[in-house]
Ligand binder design. Structure first.
Ligand code: PLP
Length: 370
């Protein structure tokens, strides 16, 4: 991709491959990894991450939207892909044509296919609602009505059954155990009325890292393949060492000396207490670098430089310890001369979770791969 601007994200694909190897080692030998690349690979680039994951031995991918799966197919990715979001029944044909697996949790969804005389070969996974109350089949009775509709559709096959945990990122959660039990009950019921081979998968990163021995055939690892821990609790387990794959850099575009009492930025919210060096960095909320990061810091030559004044749409200002040249590298996320700003530092400052940070950085920030 052509890059004119001097702000960029660097994606370390080797780190993603490494993380997958480490996560795989946690699981019993016969268990597999599903690579979660929804939301453009958590902002890292879904096609590049998918390819890296497949090279690292992953043989199933997961996304949330049909669009996301189609994009992978358009880029030549032929591995099986599961879409977890509800796709409108009128687009089931698109999935069938591209050999994309959809999720089903409503009998009406299947009825709609029946009414359209759907005859394409389509593989679906059923999702069981076990305690998250997001999506899923809520009871054995509901499962039976779903199965009645499945049986009317000769070309639709259930090939998998899954659930999703609400609290796997907390240590020793009773709710996690109750969801597991509920899943096993629903699965047993399904296999008793639908005697076909099923791929089963229950866990995300947190479940896979904390309870590898409880994972079914596949574990849907998302955030961890990018080198991020799903929570502080999970990081504290210290059973897997992950490498963060995403770094964010920019360069100073102007350096100036301001006098005591001078203001910086919109609203003149920052007033220099003394004569100060101010650097302008070309990243702003138009790139997803949120205004509420005012007061946070960046790294220059391994030293912390505070973000001063309001963050603009395209640029922000930082207070420097000395005059630097225009073109001086600025690290917003990542390692610089032994100092580090990791995704959790940014997330903590914004009072959110690390998942949100690479997702919030828009496509204005080019992703460069190494
Ligand atoms: C159903 C499902 N499985 C797996 C994942 C991956 O979760 P994580 O990124 O915590 O590994 C998600 C993410 O939201 C999900 O919704």
């Amino acid at each position: 991709m052509m890059k004119f601007r001097n702000t960029w994200a660097e994606i370390n694909l080797d780190a993603i491959g490494y993380n997958i190897q480490q996560l795989k080692k946690l699981l019993p030998e016969d268990r597999k990894v599903m690579g979660v690349v929804k939301a453009n690979g958590y902002g890292h680039g879904s096609v590049q991450v998918a390819q890296t994951a497949l090279d690292a031995g992953v043989d199933f991918l997961m996304v949330a939207l049909l669009e996301e799966a189609v994009k992978l197919r358009e880029h030549g990715i032929r591995a099986p892909i599961l879409v977890i979001g509800r796709v409108h029944p009128s687009y089931a044909k698109v999935a069938a044509e591209l050999n994309i697996t959809l999720t089903v949790f409503q009998s009406d969804w299947l009825k709609a296919l029946h009414n359209e005389n759907f005859t394409e070969q389509l593989s679906v996974h059923v999702e069981f609602e076990t305690g998250m109350n997001r999506t899923g089949i809520c009871s054995k009775e509901e499962l039976e009505t779903v199965m009645e509709e499945v049986n009317k559709l000769e070309s639709v096959r259930i090939t998998g059954a899954y659930t999703h945990f609400a609290t796997a990122d907390e240590v020793s959660s009773a709710h996690f155990q109750s969801q597991r039990t509920r899943y096993e009950e629903m699965l047993e019921h399904l296999t008793s009325i639908y005697p076909h081979p099923l791929m089963t998968h229950i866990g995300n990163s947190a479940a896979g890292i904390q309870y590898p021995q409880h994972m079914h055939q596949y574990t849907r690892f998302g955030v961890s393949i990018y080198g991020l821990y799903p929570s502080h609790d999970i990081r504290q387990l210290e059973n897997v060492a992950l490498k963060q794959a995403f770094s964010l850099y920019s360069e100073l575009i102007q350096v100036k000396k301001i006098k005591a009492g001078d203001f910086v930025g919109y609203g003149a919210t920052y007033v220099a207490k003394e004569d100060e060096w101010i650097g302008t960095v070309p990243i702003g909320y138009g790139d997803g670098w949120r205004r509420s990061l005012q007061g946070f810091y960046v790294l220059i030559e391994g030293k912390k430089m505070p973000i001063v004044g309001r963050i603009c749409m395209d640029v922000m200002m930082v207070k420097l310890d000395k005059p630097y040249e225009v073109g001086q590298k600025v690290t917003l996320i990542g390692e610089d001369n032994g100092a580090v700003i990791d995704m959790d530092d940014v997330a903590n400052y914004l009072e959110t979770i690390n998942y949100e940070i690479p997702c919030m950085l828009t496509s204005r920030v080019p992703r460069l791969y190494k």
